[in-house]
Design a protein around this ligand. Structure first.
Ligand code: CAA
Length: 257
């Protein structure tokens, strides 16, 4: 891996992926995204990992898709390269994926953070979709996910002007889960990850799927999907253990079966 760094057990059951192209503010070129896809697919299969954290560095989570790589491309080149198909594979990650964002999360960087299940932000985090300033528009979900998170008025403002959203404002609008001082970003994110990692990984996966379904379908279908996943948890040892432990007034131990 040239552009990302993977630590499988950064803390017990929690993997850490660091975007590692600092000179280019972690601009997301094709290779980086392919490495990220490969790493996520491997971690998804790794039974020792229950939660994955994705982060950048203090200066930037990621400043967008790599403009230098795209600048000269024709529409047909873009269609043939189809760089966002890699992003679709990343979106299929089954385990909880938490973004820990410091500094710039712009364009594809903002879109990548929004593809994660939760976003922890440092006080220096700045989110935005500034593609309009370089004569294009968001292409990896920004117009859809930002609008779902912020509502129409604020998304229109951000996407049509290219303005940035500061961390506190992002928190106000519900784009991020929590804002913390820079030095607390990873410790707080690991704390959140550890809380999830001790729970039934089967229930966590089914809950994640059901929540995501709410963005993709109407209420009837979403409710049916949730109910199916709820019933399915009763096929797991973890559900038996969890409910038994509650009745016996002890802490449950979840094995992921
Ligand atoms: N692609 C390629 N290189 C990038 C980059 C990007 N998205 N963002 C920053 N870089 C590079 C810069 O070119 C510069 O490289 P050199 O030293 O070789 O010149 C290096 O990173 C440092 O950047 P700056 O000197 O510009 O740093 P700054 O602190 O002055 O400004 C910034 C920071 C405001 C984030 C500015 O770099 C910037 O505006 N970047 C582009 C943001 C952007 O437009 N993102 C959207 C990209 S398109 C997209 O993402 C489409 C999509 O939907 C997927």
């Amino acid at each position: 891996m040239e552009f990302i760094k993977v630590t499988e057990q950064a803390q017990p059951s929690v993997a850490l992926i660091e975007l590692n192209r600092p000179k280019e503010l972690n601009a997301l070129n094709k290779q980086l995204m392919e490495e990220l896809r490969d790493a996520l697919q491997a971690l998804d299969k790794n039974e020792a990992v229950r939660v994955i954290i994705l982060t950048g560095n203090e200066q930037a989570f990621a400043a967008g898709a790599d403009i230098k790589q795209m600048a000269d491309k024709s529409a047909i080149d873009m269609l043939v390269i189809d760089q966002f198909s890699t992003w679709d594979q990343i979106r299929k990650t089954k385990k909880p994926l938490i973004a820990a964002v410091s500094g710039f999360a712009l364009g594809g960087g903002c879109e990548l953070a929004m593809m994660c299940d939760m976003i922890m932000a440092s006080e220096t985090a700045r989110f935005g979709q500034p593609e309009i300033k370089i004569g294009t528009i968001p292409g990896a979900g920004g117009t859809q996910r930002l609008t779902r998170a912020l509502g129409k008025a604020k998304s229109m403002e951000l996407i049509l002007t290219g303005r940035f959203l500061a961390a506190e404002e992002a928190h106000f609008y519900g784009l991020v889960n929590k804002v913390v001082p820079v030095e607390m970003l990873l410790p707080e994110t690991f704390k959140l990850a550890a809380e999830i990692a001790q729970l039934s990984p089967i229930a966590v996966q089914l809950a994640k799927e059901a929540i995501n379904r709410s963005f993709e379908t109407h209420l009837d279908e979403g409710l049916a999907y949730e109910r199916r996943n709820f019933y399915l948890t009763f096929a797991s040892e973890d559900q038996k253990e969890g409910m038994k432990a509650f009745v016996e007034k002890r802490k449950a131990t979840y094995v992921g079966r």
